[in-house]
Design a protein around this ligand. Structure first.
Ligand code: NAD
Length: 303
């Protein structure tokens, strides 16, 4: 018996990446799965893969930022499966990384439309069916709702908005027994869940930077979604849960320790990190930057 036998889930952006892993996990645990996605090729591929593994799955072409697509898709899911119990708002896009002055209004609107308005639309049109039985909505946000690199305004704002939408929906829909939860993943390597699957290009440094010792996998997020969507999590609603291998609670100062740690990871050898640290300690005793530069040049010439 699976935890979700007889239940129906809708996973947006479920054709590839994290969404595909979530859809698979819920399907393996007994859910009937509806994937809503704009990537037709990946959507058909994924549904065929699921069916070959005994999962009852359908793919529906739908752009989550398009009201008509979303309304029709939710109606179709209900016609086909006679229920919607779990909605995972996972579909999302990144932003260009251009500077604020170069970001266009169109880019801002598209990212907000897909990442935030899309989740609102899906909740709005799924709730009609979800309130028939108790249901769960899981919104996939991001640690970028709380932390930023430069030039990520549209993406960060969309994810911050999604977390606010989560507690708002949780309070509004509580009367129907519907729980609403946000998950904020950190860095997740989706290579193996792309269509076709790709080889991961992560470096040892990418992994060791994480207190948990590795970058996240889509399966990590899928396992959390499955727990949150299950009855075991029936007292959890309205909150955001960070899942990032510990990165966002790691205090970072740029000093010799972090340089030693980084270089040890890069070369996969503690000794190398220590040696670089010794070099830094020695250079610190030099009186001027000019002296440091000359000594470094001397060392480089010898290499
Ligand atoms: P991905 O690009 O691998 O997959 C996204 C899926 O969403 C694709 O199948 C794509 O076709 C679909 N999609 C895009 N726009 C859509 C739209 N308008 N309507 C319907 N489907 C659409 O991305 P991913 O890395 O798996 O990310 C999934 C979610 O997780 C996103 O919301 C993303 O912001 C979030 N997230 C990802 C990471 C990460 O490191 N990968 C970290 C934090 C949060």
């Amino acid at each position: 018996m699976g935890r979700f036998d007889g239940k129906v889930c809708v996973v947006t952006g479920g054709a590839r990446g994290i969404g595909a892993a979530i859809a698979y996990r819920l399907g393996v645990e007994g859910c009937k799965v509806a994937i809503l996605d704009i990537d037709r090729e990946a959507g058909e591929y994924r549904v065929n893969e699921f069916r070959s593994k005994g999962i009852d799955a359908i793919y529906i072409y739908a752009d989550v930022s398009n009201e008509e697509h979303v309304k029709n898709a939710m109606d179709l899911v209900y016609q086909k499966f006679k229920a919607i119990n779990v909605l995972v708002n996972n579909a999302g896009i990144g932003s260009s990384g251009k500077s604020l002055e170069e970001q266009t209004f169109d880019e801002w609107r598209r990212v907000i439309d897909v990442n935030l308005t899309g989740a609102w639309l899906c909740a709005k049109y799924a709730v009609k069916y979800m309130k028939i039985g108790k249901g769960v909505i899981v919104n996939i946000a991001s640690t970028r709702a709380f932390q930023s690199e430069p030039n990520t305004e549209p993406y960060s704002a969309s994810k911050g908005g999604l977390i606010a939408l989560t507690h708002s929906l949780a309070i509004s829909l509580a009367k129907y027994g519907i729980r609403v939860i946000a998950i904020s993943p950190g860095w997740v390597d989706t290579s193996e869940w792309q269509v076709p699957p790709r080889k991961s290009r992560l470096t040892p440094l990418d992994h060791s930077w994480h207190p948990a010792g590795r970058v996240g996998k889509p399966e990590d997020i899928a396992a959390l979604v499955a727990f949150l969507a299950s009855d075991e999590a029936s007292w959890i609603t309205g909150v955001n849960i960070v899942i990032d291998g510990g990165v966002s609670v790691k205090m970072v100062y740029l000093d010799e320790n972090i340089i030693e740690e980084g270089l040890s990871a890069l070369f996969q050898d503690r000794e190398v990190g220590k040696m670089f640290r010794e070099v830094i300690e020695k250079l610190k005793s030099y009186r001027s930057v000019e002296d440091v530069r000359n000594k470094l040049r001397e060392l480089l010439d010898k290499l």
